[in-house]
Design a protein around this ligand. Structure first.
Ligand code: DHE
Length: 568
């Protein structure tokens, strides 16, 4: 299958209408020369909803373009030769826009004719010729108004009231159900399912391992206490209209003290009390890109807590600026701004946890930040659209410590050599920050790779590959002999569930606490039965399938111990 096909499928799934084409235009809106098509209030509401759910991820809320094209009614920009280029959705007009939305384009626009109805396509064609709806800003006061402290700290248990092995609990996103399943990893049974709001994106653990934090695409943060008889939501707060990331304070002396959350809209990060979610501070990320142009909507992508300093690494997508936010004095907040490359997305630590590696995905690069010196350690060129999740660390037989990332846009897994202070690894220094090997995959469309210090395997999914066979399987490389073809495990078939019309994507391998098992989400349609499929890491034999009817559209899984300690 071709790379472009895979990307198109991925973007459709993620509801991002334009791909790769059209990096940010430094365009500004012109006076509309022609009137935008009229719309009823009801049609506008429909357009607004569909735009948020399907388009904003790629084109941005202000429609100035990011990984997708500028979709303002009219824009102009001055080219390097001094000439002025003009464009806009008004120029294209309703019939042409309807065709683009329905059938896609060569430039990467996916077809929506099988996702949206004819009426919805017509509404969207007219909606994007109207001036963008700008959602409201979200202030500290708005956060305070949304804050719900359900159980104050002094009314919570003083010790763990259950006998569950909390280290091996899996927090599993039930994406379209707007819920989180907490699954007992020892018994492989659902412990509790909790409401968490629309499409939780990630779960993270407090430094102590007692609290689970989730954040959803609706900007809602949920704080869950694992010390009760059954997991209990003790506080919630809204960060804004659209969010993807949270992390807690993990530096010695600050354990469980603070939480940081990053939003796509408004473009800002917020700091809260870790145990109550009481809002403390909001900081905008609006500013200039690494090329010096102002960007009004630089969204916060991944965030990670350093264990070396009281700092968070905050990756700002559109500007390519990596912020080191020092939380030791919130009133006199010190921030280091590190230039990297545009379109920062997800990433993880190297084995020493000194360097944070983050994909600048549409720039085809991985940036490495040295959290000890507070400087950029490297910008590594990679194949198309690196997408590491958190990546995977292991010792390569020939090149020493490496960090692995998969690619959404290419059929490889890249292994990047990472520095090590151990004397035995000095011989690998010349390879540091180079791609030392690319492991061939069966196609593009990987999202997550994973390993564990006790494992000799590297697990990789391929959920965005257009071929059913590939998307429903996972690939297991032997770390002792990387020249071997990966073992293919057909997760959908192994689940024993009947085949469905919609693909059931095998996504996000996650290890159990002891590294003996790998859990895979079989992510089916909203009305289909999905499952969690568990393999023995040593034998690669199927161990258990959890196909409870409550398992609706499972995606990310976060093992308490591995997430708490960044084990990957
Ligand atoms: Fe994710 C992590 C953004 C679509 C599952 N995703 C992240 C992070 C970001 C991000 C910024 C890093 C958070 C961090 O570490 O602090 N994801 C986005 C998008 O903008 C995008 C492309 C489109 C969107 O509108 O959200 C997107 N992501 C998806 C999905 O469709 C996935 C596959 C299924 C789902 O649940 O939505 C998905 N993203 C995940 C998962 C992680 C993640 C499971 C955490 C990986 C980990 O191991 O930590």
């Amino acid at each position: 299958m071709t790379t472009s096909k895979s990307i198109i499928k991925f973007m459709r799934l993620l509801a991002l209408p334009l791909v790769l084409a059209g990096l940010l235009n430094s365009a500004h809106a012109l006076e509309d020369a022609q009137a935008a098509p009229s719309m009823t209030a009801q049609e506008k509401e429909i357009g607004k909803r569909i735009y948020f759910e399907r388009c904003a991820g790629c084109h941005g809320v202000l429609r100035k373009g990011a990984t997708g094209k500028n979709l303002e009614p009219s824009w102009s920009k001055t080219l390097p030769d001094g000439s002025v280029q003009e464009g806009g959705t008004l120029k294209l007009g309703t019939p042409r826009l309807e065709k683009i939305i329905a059938y896609g384009t060569e430039g990467g626009m996916v077809n929506y004719d099988d996702i949206l109805s004819k009426d919805e396509i017509n509404i969207m064609a007219r909606y994007i010729q109207n001036v963008p709806d700008v959602p409201p800003e979200f202030s500290l006061q708005d956060m305070e108004d949304s804050w719900n402290l359900i159980i104050p700290v002094d009314q919570r248990p003083r010790k763990q009231l259950n006998k569950v092995n909390l280290k091996n609990i899996f927090a599993i996103t039930l994406r379209d159900a707007g819920k989180l399943a907490l699954v007992d990893g020892d018994k492989k049974e659902i412990w509790q399912v909790l409401d968490t709001g629309y499409a939780v994106h990630i779960s993270r653990l407090s430094a102590s391992g007692r609290y689970v934090y989730t954040v959803g695409r609706d900007g809602l943060v949920t704080l869950i206490d694992l010390w009760y008889e059954v997991p209990t939501t003790v506080a919630t707060v809204k960060l804004g209209a659209d969010a993807r990331s949270v992390d807690t304070s993990k530096f010695k002396g600050y354990e469980d003290k603070y939480l940081i959350g990053g939003t796509y809209w408004p473009p800002q990060y917020s700091i809260m009390e870790g145990e109550t979610l009481k809002p403390l501070k909001v900081v905008s990320t609006r500013g200039n890109t690494v090329y010096g142009e102002y960007h009004p909507e630089p969204r916060v992508a991944s965030i990670v807590a350093s264990m070396t300093k009281p700092e968070w690494v905050v990756n700002v997508k559109e500007t390519g600026q990596i912020l080191l936010v020092d939380y030791s004095d919130l009133k006199n907040l010190k921030t280091t701004t590190i230039e990297s490359a545009k379109f920062l997305h997800d990433g993880g630590w190297d084995a020493s946890k000194r360097y944070f590696l983050v994909a600048a995905n549409a720039s085809n690069k991985v940036a490495a930040v040295d959290t000890k010196t507070g400087k950029l350690a490297a910008l590594v060129d990679t194949k198309k659209i690196p997408h590491p999740g958190r990546g995977a660390n292991f010792v390569h037989p020939a090149y020493g410590p490496v960090w692995a990332t998969g690619h959404l846009g290419d059929a490889v897994i890249s292994l990047i050599s990472t520095p090590s202070e151990e004397a035995k690894n000095a011989k690998y220094k010349e390879h540091n920050w180079k791609v030392v090997q690319e492991l061939p995959m069966l196609g593009a469309g990987n999202l997550f790779v994973k390993t564990h210090p006790k494992s000799t395997h590297l697990w990789a999914d391929l959920p965005m590959n257009p071929e059913r066979e590939n998307a429903e399987s996972v690939y297991v490389f032997d770390l002792k002999d990387l020249s071997k073809e990966p073992v293919v495990l057909h997760v959908a078939k192994d689940s024993g569930l009947p085949e469905t019309k919609a693909l059931r994507r095998a996504v996000h391998p996650e290890f159990s606490e002891d590294g003996s098992e790998v859990w895979i989400s079989l992510w089916g349609g909203k009305t289909d039965q999905s499952a969690i499929v568990i393999y023995d890491d040593k034998t690669l034999q199927l161990k258990k399938v959890i196909s409870d009817p409550r398992i609706v559209t499972p995606t990310g899984k976060f093992n308490v111990w591995n997430t708490q300690h960044d084990v990957y």
